[in-house]
Ligand binder design. Structure first.
Ligand code: CO
Length: 149
C-alpha cells in the first residue's frame, strides 16, 4: 500500500516537472556578447512562459550587461533606440513600452534573472524575437521566438 502510494507520488512529480519544463527555458549569455541558443519554442499550450537568463561571463553589467527582451522583430530597432535613452538604471528598456512583450532586468557576470509573459500576448503570425537591449548588443544577441502547437 505504502509502495503504491509512493509510486503514484513519484509519477505525479515527474509529470508536473515535464509540464513545467515545457513552459520555461534557460539560456546563457557570455562575455563574448552571445546567447547560447538561436531559437526558443513557446508552446501554445502554456498559459505563461518563462525565460531564465544566466550570465556565464565575468564582466560587470555596466560593461557587458545582458537582459532578455521579447518583441515583434519589426520593433527591435525602435525599442533599442528608446532603450539607450532610458539608460542603464532602467535596464535599457523604455518604461511602459507597449512594443515590449516582456523583459528581464539587466545583469552582469555570474548573475541570473528571468522574465515571464502570458502566451496569449503573442500574435499568431508575427515573427517574434528575443534580444539583449544593452547598447550595441541586439545585432549579435538575438534569436527567434517561435509559437508552436
Ligand atoms: Co547583452
Amino acid at each position: 500500500m505504502l509502495t503504491r502510494c509512493a509510486l503514484a507520488l513519484v509519477l505525479s512529480t515527474v509529470a508536473w516537472q515535464s509540464f513545467a519544463a515545457d513552459c520555461a527555458v534557460e539560456i546563457e549569455g557570455n562575455d563574448l556578447m552571445k546567447f547560447n541558443v538561436a531559437n526558443i519554442d513557446v508552446s501554445q499550450r502554456c498559459k505563461a512562459f518563462t525565460i531564465r537568463l544566466k550570465h556565464v561571463g565575468k564582466l560587470s553589467r555596466n560593461v557587458m550587461g545582458h537582459n532578455v527582451v521579447v518583441a515583434d522583430a519589426a520593433d527591435v530597432a525602435g525599442i533599442d533606440a528608446d532603450g539607450i535613452k532610458a539608460g542603464v538604471t532602467r535596464h535599457y528598456v523604455k518604461p511602459e513600452d507597449p512594443r515590449v512583450v516582456a523583459f528581464s532586468p539587466l545583469i552582469g557576470g555570474g548573475e541570473t534573472t528571468s522574465l515571464t509573459f502570458q502566451v496569449a500576448k503573442l500574435g499568431k503570425d508575427k515573427p517574434y524575437v528575443f534580444f539583449c537591449s544593452f547598447p550595441g548588443h541586439s545585432s549579435m544577441m538575438r534569436g527567434t521566438l517561435t509559437l508552436v502547437p
